[in-house]
Design a protein around this ligand. Structure first.
Ligand code: ZN
Length: 138
């Protein structure tokens, strides 16, 4: 007996995340404004295209700070179009810290880290497990 199915991952079935260029530009701007502090916010998807991040939501009193305390997630509105988080790293590394991984695991499906100098080369997307995830800029 043999199996014809191969073990290659069927990426066509995996969710492909996208982000509007204007939204990504806004993330860079907010990160720059907050520098040398961290900036944090929530990401919202389009009502129609639920795989496309179109909006940044900033919770009151959480615009920037020195640590991940910027996420006052008990203030998170009940809104199912909010699908993840974004925060900045004032340093050059866009890799998630231990605290970031904890945050990712608990809050949302897709997460963005924007590292200094906050441009198209210094940001990365992650899934809730902290695996690097490609987000297409549209
Ligand atoms: Zn972080």
């Amino acid at each position: 007996m043999f199996f014809l199915r191969n073990n290659k991952r069927d990426i066509s079935k995996e969710k492909r995340w996208k982000i509007r260029r204007s939204c990504l530009d806004l993330l860079f701007e907010c990160a720059k404004d907050s520098h040398p502090y961290e900036f944090g916010g929530l990401l919202r998807v389009d009502d129609e295209f639920k795989d496309t991040i179109t909006e940044l939501v900033v919770l009151p009193g959480t615009v920037s700070g020195e640590s991940h305390a910027i996420f006052k997630l008990h203030m998170k509105p009940v809104d199912f179009s909010i699908i993840g988080t974004v925060h900045s790293h004032p340093g050059p590394s866009s890799n998630p810290s231990k605290a970031d991984l904890e945050l990712f695991r608990k809050h949302g499906k897709i997460h963005v880290i924007v590292a200094a100098p906050y441009n198209y080369k210094s940001w990365k997307g992650y899934d809730y497990k902290g695996n690097e995830t490609e987000i297409l800029v549209v």
